[in-house]
Design a protein. Sequence first.
Lengths: 405, 283
Amino acid sequence: MRKTKHTGRSLLAVAGLLLVIILLENISSWIPGLPAVFAPTSQLFTVLKKGAVYSLVAVSMNLLNGFTGLFSLGQAGFMLLGAYTYAILTVPMASKDQVYYLFGGSAVKFSLVDLFQSLFGNTGFGGYLSLICAVLVGILFAGLVAALFAALIGTPVLRLKSDYLAIATLGFAEILRAIFQWQTLGPITNGANMLKSFPTFADFNIRNGAGQVVLRLSTFVPFLAAIICIALIVLLIHSSYGRAFKAIRDDEVAAEAMGISLFKHKMLSFVISSFFSGVGGALFAMYVANAQAKAFTSTMTYEILLIVVIGGIGSISGSVIGTFLYVACSEWWLRFLDAETYIGSFKVPLLRSGFRMVVFSVVIMIIVLFFSKGIMGDKELSWAGIGGLLKKRRPKKKTPAGKEG
Amino acid sequence: MDEKIVLRMENVTMQFGGVVAVNNLSLDVPEGQIVALIGPNGAGKTTAFNCITGVYQPTNGRVSFKGKTMICSHPTGKMKKNYLGSDEKKFASEPIVNPAPDHVVKLGIARTFQNIRLWKSMTVFENVLVAKHMRAKQNVFSAIFRTNAKEEARMRAETMALLEEQGLEQYKDEIATSLPYGLQRRLEIARALATEPSLLLLDEPAAGMNPQETQELAEYIQQIRDKHHLTVFLIEHHMDLVMKISDYIYVIDFGSEIARGVPKEVQQNKRVIEAYLGVTEDA
C-alpha cells in the first residue's frame, strides 16, 4: 500500500517538474520585463538542457560502475555511436548534399524525417508528428547500435577486471573516435567534418503559421526523454536483476555461488548501460545541433565519471544532482572567472579566460579529498528520507530552547 | 546398499603447479545423510569443495551428482607432463566437463563459505531474496516493466517464510554484516537454502563459534536437513560437532585420504590421531 502511494507521489513530482520546466521556458514570452535569466538565450536553459542529457549518461554510467561494480570508461564511445547513428538516420534528404558536400552526397539514401513526412505530411500537425516519430525511431536506433557494439565487445572485454576493463573500454572509445573520423568512411560519417541539419530540440518548439514560436518545448523535450530513460534504469535497479547486479558488485564469488551467472549479468548491465549511453549520445547531438567525432573524447568520459563520483557512486539521485551542479558550475556559475573584470579602474587579478578551469579543478580536488563518498554516498533521495530530514530538524531546534528553560 | 548416492567424487586430483592440493580423493555422499570431511589445516578440504562447486577445474577425476557426470577432467597440455597424481589414464577418453559455479548451483548444490561472504550493502532480507533470483521465471523486460509482479511477490513471500523459519525475521531490515557472527552464519545457510538445493555444502560452519553456539548449530543443521530433505556435506574443525552429527566421516591429510568410517571408528583411528596431534615419539 505504502509503495503505491510513493509511486503516485513520485509521478506527481515528475509531472510537476515537467510543468515547471514548460513554465520556465515560456514565462518570458508571456510576461514581458522579467530578468534576463528567463530569456530563452539565457545560460539557465543551456544548463538545464545539457544537465538533462548528461544526467542520463551519468546514470547509465552509474548503473555499470556503481551498481554492477564494472569500472568501464567507454561512455564517450557509446555516446559517439548513438550520436552518429541518430544523425546519419535523420539528416533530411534535402540537406544531405550540403552536409556531405565533400563526399558528393551521402551513401545512406534515406532519412527517417522524409520517411515519416511521406506518411504524415510535412506541415502543421502532420509535420510535428513526423518529427516526433523520426526523432523517436532515430533515438531508439542510436541506443540499439550502441547496445549491439557493447554486446560484441562485451564477450572479450568483460573477462577483464577493474583497471584492465577500464583500459580496454577506454581504448575501445578512442578507436571508435578514430574510425569515425576516417575519410574512407566519409560518405557515411562525413569523415572529420560534422554532421548537422538533423532535428534538434529547438525543432520541437511549436510555431504558428507565420513561423513564430507559440510554445517553447526545447528544454521540456530533453527533460522528458531523460526522465523516461532514468525511470527505466531505476525500475531495473529495483528489480530482481538490479539486486543481482548489486550482489555481483558486493561479492562476485558469493554471487556466483548463489546461482547468478556472472557473464550473463555483467553483459546485461553492460548492454543496457550502453543502450542508454547511446540514447544520451543522440540527445547530446540534438543539444549541440551537430555530431562530430572529436567531441567525444576521453575527457568527456572523465567528466561523466567525475559527476558520478561527485554525486555518489551507487546513487541515482546523487548522479542527477551531481550532473546539474557540475554543469551549472562549468557552464554558468563560474563563468565570471573567465571574464576580465574591472572594479573602477582596478583590474581584478587572476580573472582571465581559462581561470575557471583552475578554480574548478581545486573544487574537485577538495570534493575528492574531503567528501570522497560524494553528495549522496550510496543513499537515494526518497520521500521517507525527506520526511526524516524534516523531522530531525524540528527537535534540533527545540533542544537549545529546552536547555534554556 | 540401497541408499542413493547424491554426490560421488572419483579420483579427484587438484594440482596447482607442482603442488598437489587434493590427491586422488574418492568419496560418496548418500542421500539424506550428514557426511563430514575433516582434516588438519591445509589438508585440502576447501580445495575439494571448490572442485565440487566449479570454482576450480580439477586436474583429474570425476564428480557426479545424482548419478550424472557433473564435472570430469583429465590432465591436458603442459599438465600432462607435470602431472604428479595417479589415474591420469582413467578419464582420458572422456570429454572434459567443467561447469561454471552458477550452473552447479542450478543443479541443486548450494554452499556456504568459510570466511562469511554476505553481500555487505544489502539487508538480511535482500541477501536471501537475491538467492531466489536464479530460479525466478522472468526476463529483463518483464522485470523492468513489472509484469513479473506475481513472481516477485512469490519470491518475497518465500524469502520471508525462510527468514521466519530460521528465526531471522526480526533482523530482516538490518544490514547483513551488522548481525552478530553466529547469526551471519545462519543467514548464510538461509541464503544457500533459498537456492532450493538438494545438497548443502557447509564450509566450516562452526568456525569462530563458542561451545554453546556450536551446540545450537549441531541441532540446527539436523533440523534443516529434515525440514528441507537435504543431504549435507560439511567441512569442519570442531571435532565435537563432527562426531555428534555426522553419519560418516572422511579424513584427509596433505590432500590424500587417511581414514574413513563412522564417527566411532574414526575417533579411534591411529593415523587420524597422529595427523591431528602429531606423531608420538615414544616407541
